[in-house]
Design a protein around this ligand. Structure first.
Ligand SMILES: [Zn+2]
Length: 376
């Protein structure tokens, strides 16, 4: 988890970094000593965070401005060598993510912001932004019992807010708004901060984390396919050090990343013989409002002599339902889903499939299975 510091933080960090370098020099004579229990800083470093911005708060520490790590959590961290090839490769998401279907039903309590009504409204708006991403299964709703609690604290003046990362299939459980932040913020800035912090609870690291001087560690920084690898000039809401940015919508890479990490679930199908007809069944998907079933026949032809190669495909809609099964009365159950033929150099394969599309508020998803209707 991570986050939002101002440029003042850079000055502060540089000061602390200098102190760290001096301390390291004085320590060099003990470098060959037997390995002791890892220090707090070593465990923080193993998680991939900077060690020059650790703030000790008793039973937890804040790192890199806005990342919350409990000491109980840190005590479980195994320290691996910085050059270990098994360390995650640089990038955007933590190793732990929110499970499915939990990600569709993340309950958020913002009552801890009752004394900060503008922040509270911004938090509620942030829920709608995350929940509104098309073709994503992310849904955050204000209800209880809470998976994420949002409340206030007073900590270092250069931190606007901070959050925790996912664990055990659940989202990061806390977001704190810092009432001692040195800068007054507009509503649009508050929305930006809230969207950013909820992003951390979903497992997003900073999109510019390498530029921020952060590393992967055991918390993980796994690159998400088809997103930029070197920071994000196009304004990702997950850029770090942006506490004073105003909400301007998600960047394209934010949307791509969210859909990649949390896609709509696909129906998983099975087919049984019901009185001579195929009965297509699937498990209900939370949030799906209905299902459509299509029977598909495709024919793939290839000629080994000429190299000619093509596929024909036909769809036959069988119906829609809000239930979880549909009887195909227009085909007979044969137990065979694929037929192969060969005439000289000509080879062809006829394949029969059932497709089921699930409709969600944010889009549709589709699964398929072979239809046991062939008579070869
Ligand atoms: Zn952050």
């Amino acid at each position: 988890v991570k986050q939002h510091t101002t440029t003042r933080a850079a000055t502060r960090a540089a000061t602390l970094l200098l102190a760290g370098v001096l301390a390291a020099c004085s320590d060099t004579t003990t470098s060959s000593a037997p390995r002791a229990e890892p220090t707090l800083a070593e465990r923080v470093a193993a998680l991939g965070f900077r060690t020059d911005m650790i703030e000790d708060h008793g039973d937890f520490v804040l790192v890199e401005g806005d990342i919350y790590l409990s000491k109980a959590q840190l005590r479980t961290v195994t320290v691996v060598d910085a050059n270990d090839p098994l360390r995650p490769s640089f990038q955007y998401r933590t190793t732990n993510l929110v499970g499915s279907p939990k990600v569709y039903d993340i309950k958020v309590d913002v009552s801890g912001l009752n004394s900060q009504t503008s922040w509270q409204t911004a938090a509620r708006e942030a829920l709608t932004h995350w929940s509104g991403i098309s073709n994503s299964y992310v849904r955050l709703v204000e209800t209880g019992p809470a998976d994420i609690t949002v409340s206030t604290t007073c900590t270092s003046s250069n931190v606007a807010a901070y959050a925790s990362f996912p664990s055990g299939g659940n989202p990061g459980s806390t977001i704190y708004v810092n009432t001692c932040f040195a800068y007054s913020t507009t509503y649009a800035q508050k929305v930006h901060n809230m969207v950013h912090e909820f992003g951390h609870t979903l497992g997003f690291r900073h999109s510019n984390y390498t530029q921020q001087g952060e590393s992967a560690g055991t918390e993980g920084a796994v690159h998400i396919a088809n997103t930029p690898t070197s920071g994000n000039a196009t304004g990702s809401v997950m850029n770090g050090g942006t506490a004073l940015n105003s909400w301007a919508g998600f960047a394209a890479s934010d949307l791509t990343a969210t859909r990649a990490l949390y896609p709509l679930p696909k129906p998983v199908l099975s087919v049984t013989n019901s009185g001579g007809n195929p009965l297509v069944s699937w498990s209900a998907l939370p949030g799906a409002t209905g299902y459509g079933v299509v029977y598909n026949v495709s024919w793939h032809y290839s000629n080994r002599e000429t190299g000619e190669n093509y596929t024909l495909s036909d769809d036959y809609p069988l119906g829609t339902t809000t239930g979880t099964s549909l009887l195909d009365t227009s085909n007979s159950y044969t137990g065979v889903g694929m037929c192969d033929w060969s005439y000289g150099f000509e080879i062809s394969r006829e394949t029969y499939r059932y497709y089921v599309s699930a409709t969600f508020a944010n889009g549709t998803s589709q699964g398929f299975v072979l239809a046991p209707t062939g008579s070869c």
